[in-house]
Design a protein around this ligand. Structure first.
Ligand code: ATP
Length: 345
């Protein structure tokens, strides 16, 4: 069992608190993605789990064993970090073989495992080259192949595909997902790319300001964001938010009445751009801009001075300057407390 338990982990750099009391359990063989904007603490958390950074307080356990006082090599993990340390004096083959040699694997098995990992990362043509003769993206793939080759029970990766061009990144993402789904590896993967996060993760931990604001499967994070931050961070374009006037168990948003959760306090309506259709009655506004995007068009609407974005089919009849009403599809509206930004259950 290689579950990872993070208990009340905090990290301070001088007077700056990079992590506030993080509690998170990554289940055995789970693929967990840490997602968040630059500076939210993802790398710091991963480095603490790896043993490359000390924690200010809290505990880290792997497979039921406290590891926070152990050096990285005694934690039983493989890792791929941003400043991927590919050994310059070794060939690609020897780089990938490194961990296997440490484990005293037989030469025949080394050849087999190195070739398999290199093929997966599409670097098999370069096995005899030295890393100085490789591009940044190729070197990054060597680092990933080296980590995969040892078939680790725990794999920590920090933006391992960041140096690849868009197409290769897409391919490598699918390769990684394929191999890790078949392996028995517990993976923590750091990225700021929400598409990568959604595609790879069993669960995503969305981080903001040194805290985990939601840890849930991608579909939950997308459909039921825990707060306005998550709704605004996940989705491209992000969720729309509009202020609502509450009366009883109804709310009125830009002349449109909807059933709303009962209770006090101001509400905001959250609606995804792809969850609305043109209708007779709906959120009324004036079309500002229409942007054709290929498979669909993105329409920006002024609703009582607020921006509402809708993704509509190419055949939708919308013209810049015209009035439009957009009706949310059944079951897609989410409500947030205006003050705290928290989702209303
Ligand atoms: P990015 O996506 O840009 O890598 P991140 O979410 O991984 O960002 P971290 O690198 O974990 O963020 O940094 C979290 C916060 O801690 C930042 O405000 C950063 O400036 C600060 N920080 C990180 N390392 C140190 C350090 N060694 N000394 C001081 N502050 C640090």
């Amino acid at each position: 069992m290689a579950d990872i338990v993070i208990k009340s982990v905090a990290k301070r750099f001088g007077s700056h608190t990079a992590l506030h009391d993080i509690d998170l359990t990554i289940k055995d063989q789970e693929f967990m993605v840490l997602l968040g904007a630059s500076g939210c603490g993802k790398t710091t958390l991963l480095r603490i789990i790896a043993g490359l950074e000390t924690l200010s307080s809290g505990e880290v356990s792997i497979g039921g064993r406290r590891v926070d006082h152990l050096p990285p090599r005694e934690r039983g993990i493989a890792m791929v970090f941003q400043n991927y340390a590919v050994f310059p004096h070794m060939t690609v083959f020897e780089n990938i073989a490194f961990g296997l040699r440490m484990k005293k694997v037989s030469e025949a098995d080394i050849k087999d495992k190195v070739t398999r990992a290199a093929t997966l990362m599409h670097i098999d043509p370069y096995l005899e080259r030295y890393s100085a003769q490789l591009s940044g993206g190729q070197r990054q793939r060597v680092a990933v192949a080296r980590a995969l080759a040892v078939e680790p029970s725990v794999l920590l990766m920090d933006e391992p595909l960041s140096n690849l061009d868009a197409l290769l990144r897409l391919e490598m993402r699918a390769e990684l997902k394929g191999i890790l789904a078949e392996s028995k590896t517990t993976t923590i993967y750091v990225t700021h790319d929400q598409v990568e996060a959604m595609s790879l993760a069993d669960r995503i931990s969305v981080m903001n300001g040194g805290r985990i604001v939601q840890a849930a499967p991608a579909t939950t994070v997308y459909a039921n964001p825990a707060d306005r931050f998550v709704g605004g961070f996940i989705g491209n374009p992000p969720m729309n938010f509009l202020p609502a006037k509450r009366s009883g168990n109804e709310a009125e948003v830009a002349g449109y009445r909807l059933a709303a959760p009962a209770g006090g306090g101001s509400l905001e309506l959250g609606i995804r751009p792809e969850d609305m259709d043109i209708a007779e009655d709906g959120l009324h506004g004036k079309v500002r801009v229409v942007e054709p995007l290929g498979p669909h068009k993105l329409v920006s609407v002024d609703v009582d001075g607020h921006l509402l974005r809708a993704v509509l089919p190419n055949e939708a009849d919308v013209k810049s300057g015209a009035a439009v009403a957009l009706a949310p599809r059944p079951g897609t509206v989410r409500w947030f407390e205006a003050e705290s930004g928290k989702a209303v259950a």
